[in-house]
Write a protein that binds this ligand. Structure first.
Ligand code: COA
Length: 170
């Protein structure tokens, strides 16, 4: 059974990530979503909040995948998990250069680990967690791009004083 790791910061999980997770879980039997602490990105959500958001998403969509948090080198973590495949999403040509560099560096660090790229649905090709946070921070609706509980979490972060009902935009 091939165990695969889908790493990312997931700050927060978006429909684009979900699309990749669904594709990966159709191909592989054992998918682990590995949430990187990524302190360098100064995440809005703590790693345990990000983990909870991903776990709720998987539960709601009945996707069979595991969720973990890591703070080491990715290849080290992949080895520790006894996996040998890293899944990455390629949204657009602009992702390629960075992904290519990362895949080759990871291969240099460990020849036995392969990176497999999956392409999300084209309607998600412009999505990123930063753009979602930017819209939500300014009070815009992000319902089309993230699950409802993620939108609520964003509004709770940015507008903690709003009554609970007002945290969900149309
Ligand atoms: N749909 C929508 N958005 C997507 C997406 C998809 N399918 N795939 C990626 N994105 C977005 C992410 O949300 C992220 O948005 P943001 O920059 O606005 O937050 C952006 O694209 C970049 O994502 P990604 O390339 O996955 O970066 P990341 O920071 O989330 O994850 C790690 C990168 C964690 C995999 C990488 O830093 C890592 O491996 N870290 C561990 C340390 C290590 O080993 N470093 C050496 C690597 S050679």
């Amino acid at each position: 059974m091939k165990k695969v790791i889908y790493p990312g910061t997931f700050d927060p999980i978006t429909n684009g990530h979900i699309d990749i997770i669904q594709r990966a879980s159709r191909i592989f039997d054992d998918v682990t979503i590995a949430i990187a602490e990524s302190p360098i990105k100064n995440p809005l959500f703590s790693s345990s909040e990000r983990r909870t958001l991903v776990e709720s998403t998987l539960r709601q969509l009945k996707i069979n995948a595991k969720v973990t948090v890591f703070d080491s080198l990715l290849v080290e973590y992949v080895r520790q998990q006894k996996a040998s495949v890293i899944i990455r999403g390629l949204r657009a040509v602009s992702d390629f250069e960075f992904e290519f560099q990362m895949a080759l560096m990871n291969r240099k660090l460990d020849e036995n680990i392969e990176t497999v790229f999956l392409m999300p649905r084209d309607t998600y090709s412009y999505l990123s967690s930063s753009i979602i946070k930017q819209i939500a921070r300014l009070g815009g609706g992000v319902k089309a791009f993230v699950p409802a509980h993620v939108e609520t979490a964003l509004r709770t972060k940015f507008f903690p004083k709003l009554p609970t009902k007002a945290r969900v935009l149309k």
